[in-house]
Design a protein around this ligand. Structure first.
Ligand SMILES: [Zn+2]
Length: 364
């Protein structure tokens, strides 16, 4: 019987050549510690055993030898990985192979639990303030000083030096890996996602008040085509993590009927203007994937759909409404479509106008 003898490589050398970051201090000449490139590790969970030519992550349990390490890192077959290895290590005059951008240690990390996300986002918001222009905008829309405080709206930090301080403070208390919005840049430094626009963070909470994620309401030029709302998310960033279409819950969670809007801030405002009525908000008319679980957990019998009044003319919204009714019917929840004076686009605009009218009547 013929046994095939595999060529041995120095796994530490292989790992460094292919971009794995070693711990600056190594205590054991055989067992090296490194950052695992597969799970967003920040605490050097990867062990590289030179004697056995094996790697093993104590965090995500990924393991193998030099060839499989390169194959997994570069997203190629073991045969191709072997050829890349030979080329990189055997000939000192050949340039080292550059990894394609997308596989260059670009790993999305598993998302952390809602409680862990809440404690990071709560601490982040506690470090930030609200700029006067944002506060004025919220007050114009019908919120009081104390409501703004209660909902924890904060302005997105624009100054990079201040952001670094915020990141330092947060990372001293939390592991930010698996929290959407945070990632590591190519130097391995912790970063948070920012848009080129200023704006506000809007906490998207579950029925128990935990912050599931943060939406960003950006100060985009009005009339432009750029999106005003987006998630604080780091999907497609190194060691980043994406947001999910979380449903926001605000108001009397004991009620068996709720109003459904698009956007957390709109539901916060309308809940306040309707004396604490239960509102739930999806991030978009088509982003209703998380809705069934939420209506079931709240025990809702009726949902009053209160999407913006352009639903009558917008064919995309019309289609979304059909799918919404079907989804709610499958959850045995009655869906009632709300209409109001179409001069007011959003239900929050309508409630604000109604409140102002009533106040004028009282004053007269
Ligand atoms: Zn790992």
């Amino acid at each position: 019987m013929q046994t095939r003898e595999y060529e041995k490589f120095d796994i530490v050398r292989v790992a460094t050549v292919f971009g794995v970051k070693l711990h600056p201090i190594q205590r054991n000449p055989v067992e090296y510690k490194a950052l695992c490139p597969f799970c967003g590790d920040t605490k050097y969970h990867l062990g590289l055993n030179r004697a056995k030519e094996q790697f093993h992550c104590f965090r995500c349990k990924e393991s193998g030898n030099s060839v499989t390490l390169v194959a997994k890192l570069c997203g190629v077959s073991n045969g191709e990985a072997y050829r890349m290895l030979k080329k990189a290590l055997d000939d000192p005059f050949l340039p080292l192979p550059r990894l394609p951008e997308a596989t260059q240690v670009l790993t999305e990390t598993p998302i952390k639990s809602v409680r862990e996300r809440h404690s990071v986002y709560y601490d982040l918001l506690s470090l930030l303030s609200l700029r006067p222009m944002h506060r004025e905008n919220l007050m114009e829309r019908g919120l009081s000083f104390s409501h703004i405080h209660q909902f924890m709206y904060r302005s997105i930090p624009l100054d990079p030096v201040f952001r670094r301080e915020v990141l330092k403070e947060l990372s001293s208390k939390h592991d930010l890996c698996g929290i959407p919005g945070f990632y590591r840049d190519k130097n391995g430094d912790l970063q948070m996602f920012v848009s080129k626009y200023s704006g506000m963070y809007i906490p998207v909470c579950d029925k128990d008040g935990y912050i599931q994620g943060l939406q960003m309401r950006l100060d985009v030029p009005s009339g432009g085509s750029e999106k005003k709302f987006r998630w604080f998310s780091s999907r497609h960033f190194n060691e980043g993590c994406g947001a999910k279409p979380w449903v926001h819950v605000v108001g009397d969670v004991g009620a068996d009927e709720a109003c459904l809007t698009e956007g957390a801030m709109k539901s916060d405002i309308t809940s306040v203007l309707s004396s604490g009525r239960l509102f739930i908000a999806v991030p978009g008319v088509n982003a209703i994937g998380e809705l069934p679980a939420v209506v079931r957990s709240l025990g809702l019998k009726t949902v009053y759909e209160a999407f913006d009044m352009d639903k009558r003319s917008n064919p995309e919204v019309k289609r979304a409404l059909i799918s919404l009714r079907e989804t709610l019917a499958r959850c045995s929840v009655k869906c009632v479509s709300c209409s109001w004076d179409p001069r007011f686009k959003g239900i929050d605009d309508y409630f604000l106008a109604k409140k102002q009218y009533e106040e004028q009547m009282c004053a007269a």
